[in-house]
Ligand binder design. Structure first.
Ligand code: GLU
Length: 476
């Protein structure tokens, strides 16, 4: 059995969004499941589209999500170089073979001539095909003209691991360009040469390449190459599901998610489950679980919808699962400025209370700053609260005063505080939704907080009483 070798072959033309990285992830999973090899290759033969810095950016994105490649531009490997612009001699050699076999020829036409052919086809209401204008005696190829494939139109049948069995029509096979007049190969030619030389067993890429498959199959045949296994992945659609997700409608750089406090393992699980499931209800997968259970034939054929809310939820689930030390280490950079002067121990206690509420690391300051600095009273928390807005200012002051007096007498353990709070319910005749909310708001001025007794315990008795006093004084 030949070994499984898959590749991710991006063009360095910009950042990677979730769609691009999903292609990389699926190829990675297929390789790792079979204990095979995952290859990174840069397809940089369209020099006009290249964006400086994007090659490094692509590498950082793969690394940030945890998609490790075994061979690639910066790590080398037995079939390098892994950058197409450094492989021009390889394409040249294969092109010459095709010329010798009479399967490639120099394109002699000027762009004006080409335009007139197109206009003629349009006027006759037929699709333009280059092969209808194939020159009888093409000039010798000197590298300044495009080199074209001499096609032999046929119907082909192939199996796609995602899309199923596909039969193509001979109509669409054409004399496409192999090498452009600037000396660089086209994607259509270069990827087939590279996949063959790099012993790629599975070509996993976006569905936009399906329409070119007839030409690719013709070229495999002409070159005498065995076809790899194909898997074309459906597009990722925008949230409404009516349009392909694109950079223009908010598809973000995956590195931005990491910067915003998303966990790489949550990103991986989310990306893998966009359009794939393992046949059960399971939604959250570790990397090892994905390696074990991924399969191309469970990738859905129709476009998967990008749902950022699901990502947020999933990230929260992953954060909950981290043990406290691990979380503390990874969230370090997100603490509010005011936390810096506090002890690691105190921060860890705060983190323990906030952990279940964190959806991303970026939420940390909003959820915890009142543990480190005096909160600024925000009266709308009271005036817009369904229960609290029913109370008069005098009633509010009264409840706060009674609570402060009782808490002053309380022991300061979470249990003792809870007991005091329960007694206060009886004493004031208020509902928990009113009393606890009021005390919580007056001591934190935050829309949410962990359990009240835990919050007060960690704030400390002195701070709790001082904040209640302040709230009374400003007569909320
Ligand atoms: N360079 C192509 C792209 O960025 C890769 C397609 C493939 O994986 O073969 O779309």
């Amino acid at each position: 059995m030949t070994s499984v070798r898959t590749r991710f072959a991006p063009s360095p033309t910009g950042f990677l969004h979730v769609g691009g990285i999903r292609t990389a992830l699926f190829a990675f999973l297929v390789a790792k499941q079979a204990k095979g090899t995952f290859v990174l290759r840069f397809e940089d033969t369209d020099k006009k589209r290249e964006v400086p810095g994007s090659a490094e950016h692509l590498i950082s994105s793969l690394k940030a999500i945890g998609i490790e490649y075994d061979e690639g531009p910066d790590v080398g490997g037995p079939f390098g170089p892994y950058i197409q612009s450094q492989r021009l001699d390889h394409y040249q050699a294969w092109a010459e073979r095709l010329i010798e076999q009479g399967r490639a020829y120099a394109d002699p036409y000027t762009s004006e001539e080409m335009q007139s052919f197109r206009d003629e086809a349009a006027a006759q209401k037929r699709a333009f095909r280059y092969r209808d204008y194939r020159p009888e005696r093409p000039p010798v190829w000197d590298g300044t003209q495009p080199l074209r494939f001499r096609s032999d139109p046929k119907s082909y049948t192939y199996h796609d691991e995602v899309m199923g069995d596909i039969t193509t029509s001979p109509e669409v096979v054409d004399d496409f360009i192999l090498i452009k007049s600037d000396g660089y190969p086209t994607y259509n030619f270069a990827h087939i040469v590279d996949d063959a030389e790099m012993h790629i067993s599975h070509v996993i890429r976006g569905q936009e390449f399906i329409s070119s498959m007839p030409n690719y199959l013709a070229l495999y045949e002409a070159l005498g190459l065995e076809r790899p296994i194909f898997a074309h992945l459906p597009h990722i659609m925008n949230e409404q599901g009516n349009k392909k997700l694109g950079k223009r409608d908010g598809a973000k750089d995956v590195l931005d998610y990491i910067r915003d406090g998303y966990l790489p393992e949550a990103m991986m699980s989310f990306i893998a489950t966009m359009g794939w499931n393992d046949g059960t209800e399971q939604e959250i997968f570790t990397k090892q679980e994905l390696i074990n259970s991924f399969s191309l034939n469970r990738v859905q054929k129709s476009g998967a919808r990008f749902d950022e809310k699901r990502l947020l939820w999933m990230n929260g689930q992953f954060i909950r699962e981290l043990n406290l030390d691990e979380l503390a280490g990874r969230i370090e950079y997100f603490w509010p400025e005011s936390a810096k002067k506090h002890s690691e121990n105190y921060k860890k206690e705060v983190l323990k209370l906030a952990q279940d509420r964190l959806k991303t690391f970026k939420d940390l300051p909003a959820l915890t700053s009142y543990f480190f600095e005096e909160p600024i009273p925000d009266l709308s928390l009271i005036t817009e609260n369904k229960q609290l807005r029913k109370l008069t200012p005098a009633e509010i002051v009264d409840i706060l005063q009674t609570s402060r007096d009782a808490l002053m007498q309380s022991d300061w353990t979470a249990e003792a505080i809870q007991e005091t709070l329960n007694q206060l319910l009886e004493q004031t005749g208020q509902k928990p939704g009113t009393l606890f909310s009021l005390v919580r708001i007056a001591t934190t001025w935050a829309p949410f907080s962990p359990q009240l007794n835990d919050t007060l315990r960690l704030l400390g008795q002195e701070t709790t009483l001082a904040r209640l006093q302040h709230a009374i004084e400003i007569q909320i």
